[in-house]
Write a protein that binds this ligand. Structure first.
Ligand code: ARG
Length: 576
């Protein structure tokens, strides 16, 4: 159990004994300043206010019932009614030793949930853009964190593989194939899409063929279906290359694209009509939502079927939500999507709840992300204004990483540097995404993300290799020396212990709020504390007892760092 939870329980029971029975939040937090102790209780003022009692009196009363004899050295009442808790070093060190076992960090069991994480979701026959890169990286980190906490996690890659453009795309694919130039042009998906669009606009015969193909696709014509599948395969195998290079855990098995829900759409529209949730409006089928107003202040109309019979992105997402609840039995669904799609999500959630497709208990969450910008503060594009190819972005990151490592460590062999550069190149892009608050826009800048100083992947990976070299000098690795005993002898060791103790709270916060940057800041702080420890605390020349205690601390930090990096989807290196 984390220290926060232990103290929370103790404080809660003392508050009960002080006569307060109804629900409250004692708000136990790690203190921000040493003079406030190691943990503080912030909730007493709020509770006192609600009960119209003097907060300092309540604090005094709670303190008399608070049993922290083994845990705390002292507890002080501060300010209007805070409690500052100063932990005992012996308790803290044995707590840490009980947390870290073998080479993992123990987590307190939680109720196991089925959690669907909707992320990446590129569109077929289009290049994945930097926006997709962001949801891919953030979504994959959340998947790893939720997995680590023991949940049943379902990765859902809701790819855009359906819709009227497929008629023109299939017609264009046919032209290309008959020209025997074959797949060559298909390596450039954006070009392929643009050419198809151009032909559709300019060539009447082509446009008619495209329309015919759309209806043949809907009617299940075998040849057209197989062309459609080919487009999906080509696009998704390019995307898979990207996933692999970035160590993203998505595979072809996780594809549950828009087309997967096609067969449900007519039923959904009929059902919404029969429940009087949808109405016919000028030939289209529309749901008017009271809770969303349009510009004129009237209820906003959400189209679920167009006049020509076509279904929409919204219709598919309603069916998809129903499926995730009924069939996948989701307790929680995380939509890792661009912030600009928030209204779309609010609408499909509202409609699905009205229609009882989903229970109120299911937690529906938009894990919004802001935009990726270039150095000029505008949406990230190439100099000529085109979408940036993600694979070439990774190439560039790797080659920059190669130069940096070679400068730092010229004695390494070329093969070694190449291998490290591969890892660091991808890790730097990922870490740059993960370490920023996901809701704000962020500037994509290679110099910053590949810097060896600051909160970056190279800095942390390098810090980790330094720890590995300390361990290997003592013939140790990440498997804990259980016979060593950890003793806190000074303040910096205590700070590290407190930080280690917070690992569980941090991981659970990331899982709850979908905020990987919290884990990144944690890792960065831990690594900073560790370097101050290492600079001021000799290890090998100390007495046997202290030497072993410090080596154990090094091992513990190493395990926490490695685990954190793994949760961020970053492989660690043993030397650099
Ligand atoms: N394919 C969409 C896009 O590129 C994202 C889909 C997100 N998931 C969803 N269930 N709508 O914008």
């Amino acid at each position: 159990m984390s220290i926060q939870s232990i103290l929370n329980e103790k404080v809660t029971s003392a508050i009960h004994q002080a006569g307060i029975q109804e629900e409250f939040n004692p708000a136990v937090r790690a203190s921000t300043k040493p003079q406030f102790g190691d943990y503080q209780v912030n909730g007493l003022m709020g509770i006192a206010k609600r009960h119209k009692i003097n907060p300092r009196e309540l604090a005094t009363n709670v303190l008399t019932h608070l049993d922290l004899d083994n845990i705390a050295e002292k507890v002080e009442i501060a300010g209007p009614g805070f409690l500052n808790i100063f932990l005992k070093n012996e308790w803290l060190s044995s707590h840490i030793s009980s947390l870290v076992q073998e080479n993992t960090i123990k987590m307190t069991d939680q109720k196991k949930q089925t959690i669907v994480v909707d992320y990446s979701a590129p569109n077929i026959a289009k290049e994945m853009h930097v926006g997709h890169l962001r949801t891919t990286i953030i979504g994959d980190c959340l998947v790893k964190v939720l997995d680590y906490l023991g949940h049943n996690v379902i990765r859902a890659n809701h790819i855009g593989d359906w819709g009227t453009p497929f008629g023109m795309l299939i017609a264009h694919l046919e032209d290309i194939e008959s020209n025997a130039k074959n797949h060559q042009q298909l390596s450039d998906l954006d070009m392929f899409y643009k050419e198809a669009q151009k032909k559709f606009k300019e060539n009447e015969e082509f446009a008619n063929k495209a329309r015919k193909y759309v209806s043949e696709l809907h009617n299940g014509n075998k040849k057209i279906i197989s062309q459609w599948k080919k487009l999906i395969d080509i696009t998704m195998s390019q995307n898979q290359t990207l996933y692999n290079r970035l160590n993203i855990s998505l595979s072809q098995e996780n594809i549950m694209g828009e087309s997967f829900y096609n067969h449900m759409l007519p039923g959904i529209v009929n059902d919404l009509l029969s429940k009087n949730i949808a109405t016919k409006d000028q030939g289209a089928t529309v749901v008017f939502l009271e809770e969303f107003k349009n510009r004129d202040g009237n209820p906003m109309g959400v189209i679920i079927q167009k006049k020509d019979g076509a279904y929409l992105y919204t219709t598919t997402d309603i069916a998809c939500l129903k499926y995730r609840y009924e069939t996948l039995k989701a307790d929680r669904i995380l939509y890792c999507i661009d912030a600009r799609q928030n209204q779309h999500l609010q609408q499909i959630w509202a409609i699905s709840k009205k229609a009882n497709y989903i229970s109120e208990d299911v937690s529906l969450e938009h894990i919004q992300n802001g935009m990726v910008l270039g150095d000029d503060g505008k949406p990230f594009k190439t100099r000529s204004g085109k979408t940036v190819k993600l694979l070439s972005l990774i190439d560039e990151s790797e080659s920059r990483a190669y130069k940096l490592i070679k400068e730092k460590n010229p004695t390494l062999s070329d093969a070694e540097i190449t291998q490290m550069a591969k890892l660091i190149g991808g890790a730097s892009i990922k870490y740059a995404e993960l370490s920023k608050s996901r809701t704000t826009d962020y500037i994509f800048n290679f110099d910053n993300m590949l810097s060896f100083t600051g909160n970056t992947a190279p800095y942390l990976l390098y810090a980790y290799t330094r720890i590995q070299s300390i361990l290997s000098k003592s013939n140790l690795n990440n498997s804990l020396e259980q016979k060593y005993k950890f003793i806190i002898t000074n303040n910096i060791e205590k700070q590290i212990a407190l930080q280690v103790a917070q690992f569980e709270d941090v991981v659970k916060t990331v899982a709850k709020d979908g905020t990987p940057h919290i884990l990144c800041s944690y890792l960065f702080n831990l690594s900073g504390l560790f370097s101050s420890f290492y600079e001021s605390n000799p290890i090998l020349q100390e007495s046997e007892e202290i030497k072993n205690s410090r080596l154990l601390l090094v091992q513990i930090v190493s395990i926490v760092m490695k685990t954190s990096l793994e949760l961020l989807g970053i492989e660690s290196l043993n030397k650099m």
